[in-house]
Design a protein around this ligand. Structure first.
Ligand SMILES: NC(=O)c1ccc[n+]([C@@H]2O[C@H](COP(=O)([O-])OP(=O)(O)OC[C@H]3O[C@@H](n4cnc5c(N)ncnc54)[C@H](OP(=O)(O)O)[C@@H]3O)[C@@H](O)[C@H]2O)c1
Length: 366
């Protein structure tokens, strides 16, 4: 049976894992806590960046000899393969750890089997402690492994009556400085930020992370079928972060930097580029999580394609009465087809309300 000390240690490991969000792709975020044989904290660590030591290695280094006979708490099953770093299961065995408690099994076929290796060496290996919490913390990476595409978080900022811009297309600033700062945190946690050509035209957004020390800048992506929205001098082309302009196979993109052009097929039906092809191309470049920042037309296409995994809406206590709604056509024409969500969190951010929701269970695994 898991003790209070087991739960405390695993919860700490989950907190540590979250520190890696935005900088570990294509790897997962992982945290690890080691207690010595007497149950006292001996070491802890988290995976900080791809190619760097895994969480277990950081924790084992911190624990030194005190790991012998102790327990390691890891948010994900210790890996079993030699990639850019050695297998963690072997490192735990060599350090003399007696028991390994891990929250979630590794679904990655190349890395799985760590628990079997531990057991074969006589180490007690137990799965499932705080699995839901650990799974939520690693949702982006787990989704990308299971579905073979990046996890997509769609974020929007709207008035209380659901408008994302005024009738004359002006939209700055609907929400408060506090909400806008919170969006920079979402950007810092994502591997890529995506907007449509309509937003690029209307707002000339820069899409980088500002105000968060040490943040890894996400890849900036504009979905611009005809290559007409992003012109030389656009803020998204500055040198603060890498940028991709996704254009159609046949678009004239000679005015764009060659390395910034991503050629994609057009959507089989409807306007624009093929959303699954865009996500597949990003996945191929190591992108495991996408922050979709709109606008409503592109967000509608993502919803229609069944590729929105989480919605974060910032609602400002403001009324407009006219102007575009947060989401445009998503292929839903009758109420029985409405996409129903489960609210997972509501928080006050300054004067605004942040609502987080995920598609209901019927859509999971989509
Ligand atoms: N408050 C907020 O949260 C927020 C966030 C973002 C934007 N906005 C506002 O939203 C407005 C712009 O929204 P918008 O809806 O016009 O533009 P959008 O969603 O940013 O871009 C839409 C365009 O993306 C291109 N596209 C490429 N592939 C597509 C696909 N598969 N499906 C659909 N479109 C695809 C299409 O143009 P091409 O095919 O010609 O490239 C389409 O017209 C601006 O006023 C902006 O300020 C508000």
């Amino acid at each position: 049976m898991d003790t209070a000390a087991d739960i405390t240690a695993m919860r700490r490991a989950i907190t540590l894992a979250a520190r890696g969000l935005g900088s570990t792709s294509p790897n997962p975020v992982v945290g690890c806590v080691i207690l010595d044989a007497a149950g006292r904290p001996a070491g802890e660590g988290f995976h900080q960046r791809a190619g760097g030591p895994h969480a277990e290695i950081h924790a084992l280094r911190a624990a030194g000899d005190r790991a012998r006979g102790g327990t390691a708490y890891v948010t994900l099953e210790p890996c079993n393969h030699t990639g850019r770093t050695g297998p963690c299961a072997q490192a735990l065995i060599e350090a003399g750890v007696a028991r390994v408690v891990y929250a979630v099994g590794d679904p990655n076929p190349q890395a799985t089997g760590g628990a079997d290796t531990l057991r074969a060496a006589g180490v007690k290996a137990e799965q499932g402690l705080l699995a839901d919490e650990a799974e939520t913390g690693n949702a982006a990476w787990l989704t990308s492994v299971r579905l073979g595409r990046p996890y997509v978080l769609w974020k929007y900022a709207a008035t209380l009556d659901g408008r994302i811009a005024a009738a004359d297309a002006t939209s700055r600033w609907i929400t408060s400085p506090e909400s806008r700062a919170d969006v920079h945190r979402l950007r810092a946690e994502a591997d890529a930020v995506v907007v449509g050509s309509g937003t690029a035209r209307a707002d000339d957004p820069q899409l980088g992370v500002r105000g968060i020390e040490g943040a890894v800048q996400p890849l900036r992506v504009v979905v611009d079928t005809g290559a007409g929205a992003v012109r030389p001098g656009a803020r998204v082309l500055d040198d603060t972060a890498p940028t991709l302009i996704a254009v159609a196979d046949d678009a004239d993109a000679r005015h764009l930097p060659e390395g910034a052009v991503l050629r994609l097929p057009r959507a089989a039906t409807g306007p624009g580029l093929d959303v699954p092809a865009l996500l597949a191309a990003l996945h191929g470049r190591g992108i495991r999580s996408v922050l979709l920042e709109g606008g409503p037309t592109l967000a509608g296409a993502f919803v229609a394609a069944g590729t929105v995994d989480k919605v974060v809406g910032y609602l400002a206590p403001v009324l407009l009465g006219a102007g575009p709604a947060a989401l445009a056509d998503a292929g839903i024409s009758t109420i029985t087809d409405a996409l129903r969500l489960d609210v997972t969190e509501t928080v006050r951010i300054g004067p605004d309300l942040r609502i987080t929701a995920v598609p209901g269970p019927a859509r999971k695994g989509n």
